[in-house]
Design a protein around this ligand. Structure first.
Ligand SMILES: Cc1cc2nc3c(=O)[nH]c(=O)nc-3n(C[C@H](O)[C@H](O)[C@H](O)COP(=O)(O)OP(=O)(O)OC[C@H]3O[C@@H](n4cnc5c(N)ncnc54)[C@H](O)[C@@H]3O)c2cc1C
Length: 355
């Protein structure tokens, strides 16, 4: 069976981002790489959105970018600006096409459907496949979104809605997220932060229909695309091995308090590429420990007091948007962290810390 210098298991966001980063930095000129990906074809299956706090390779895959956003709780709306760090949405269809075209130019890169097709014994492995089960004891961010199209102008495409908590909470944390791509097109998503043990939360289609028709008061529209997913709000546990690095969600690249992963994957790919020649000895790349610590407390509060979360998120955004964005995107300094912490209900967080 054929052997390769490197293997990437999973040609999804992290696997392809890494292969692309290695390719554009000429790391695979004299080395062979096998990418293991079971899917038969690449097509749009996700929209990745984030505040652009650091450069990435996919500006040409951006569907839309915004400099204004809002957050709602019943009876209150906060309009905010994000000119310093625009919020970007990447179309995964364009992303897959760009990367697969680029990788085809290198004869040292091969795609396989199953790891069993090659001999992996002597290769260095980058693994993006996790064996996480939808365990009911853990917290997940689970969601379903639809892209809709209207006949007449309906949306204000200058501003997106990050969180609209003015909806049924069912003793969990629930919000709607709306990204207007144009005056006639938008992604509307129902999102839950919960343990996924309440089946009624998964009635996504009805929730979205009700929100669009009765809350947004939009009757005439058609659904053009649908995405559904669940992001683990806990870190996967793996044995560390000498010749293997986990990447993507499997590599702990999700910021647990937000579910944002895309930009962390890009930074991890750049780190691996920079240290590629000595990768087995490089320090493990991870989300800064201070965020791991703060998110742990945050999620404890979320689990114990879901009813307080809409207000907590709303209050968090009372700090300057630039500070909150930096905090949620792992870029804040000590004073910015402090300014966010001061906005939180101190006694509730202190009790969670001491638990
Ligand atoms: C619907 C959805 C929307 C999201 N939106 C955002 C967002 O807006 N912003 C953000 O920052 N994050 C978002 N995320 C979180 C995160 O960015 C994505 O999940 C991202 O795709 C994670 O990349 P990954 O490479 O770890 O996993 P994936 O992209 O899922 O890649 C894993 C790959 O492994 C392949 N695979 C599966 N089993 C095997 C196997 N046995 N052997 C080999 N390969 C296998 C799969 O086919 C897949 O291609 C979203 C997640 C989902 C599910």
């Amino acid at each position: 069976m054929k052997e390769f210098d490197y293997i990437i298991i999973g040609g999804g966001c992290a696997g392809l981002s890494l292969a692309y980063e290695l390719e554009i930095n000429d790391k695979l000129k004299d080395k062979t790489l096998a990418i293991i990906e079971p899917r038969n074809e690449y097509k749009k299956d996700k929209i990745w959105s984030f505040w652009k706090v650091s450069p990435h390779n996919f500006d040409d895959c951006i569907k839309k970018s915004w400099k204004n956003f809002s957050i709602n709780i019943p009876g209150k709306t906060n309009h905010l600006k994000c000119d310093n760090y625009p919020y970007q949405s990447i179309d995964s269809g364009l992303f897959y096409e760009k990367i697969t075209c680029k990788l085809k130019e290198n004869e040292n890169i091969f795609f396989f459907k199953d790891l069993k097709e090659i001999n992996s014994k002597n290769s260095f492995i980058f693994n993006s496949v996790s064996s996480l089960k939808k365990d009911h004891r853990n917290l997940w961010q689970h969601f379903c979104g639809v892209e809709i199209e209207t006949q007449n102008n309906f949306f204000d495409d200058e501003i997106f809605n990050l969180m609209d908590f003015d909806c049924e909470q069912k003793e969990s944390v629930h919000f709607f997220y709306t990204l207007p791509y144009s005056k006639t097109k938008a992604l509307v998503e129902t999102t839950w932060l919960s343990k996924m043990n309440d089946r009624s939360q998964k009635d996504y289609d009805n929730q979205i229909k009700d929100y669009i028709e009765n809350f947004l008061n939009l009757k005439n529209y058609k659904i053009t695309y649908k995405e559904e997913g669940a992001i683990p709000l806990f870190y996967p546990t793996y044995e560390e091995t000498k010749n293997k690095i986990n990447i993507g969600t499997a590599g702990g690249m999700t910021r647990l308090s937000t579910g944002y992963t895309f930009l962390n994957i890009q930074e991890h790919s750049k780190y691996i590429s920079k240290n590629f020649e000595n990768i087995s000895k490089a320090k493990k790349f991870e989300i800064n420990k201070k965020y791991q610590f703060l998110d742990d407390i945050f999620l404890k509060v979320l689990e114990k007091h879901p009813e307080k979360m809409p207000d907590i998120f709303f209050k968090m955004f009372k700090s300057s948007p630039k500070t909150v964005i930096k905090f949620l995107s792992n870029k804040s300094n000590f004073f910015e962290d402090l300014s966010i912490i001061m906005k939180m209900p101190k006694w509730t967080f202190l009790k969670a810390l001491l638990k």
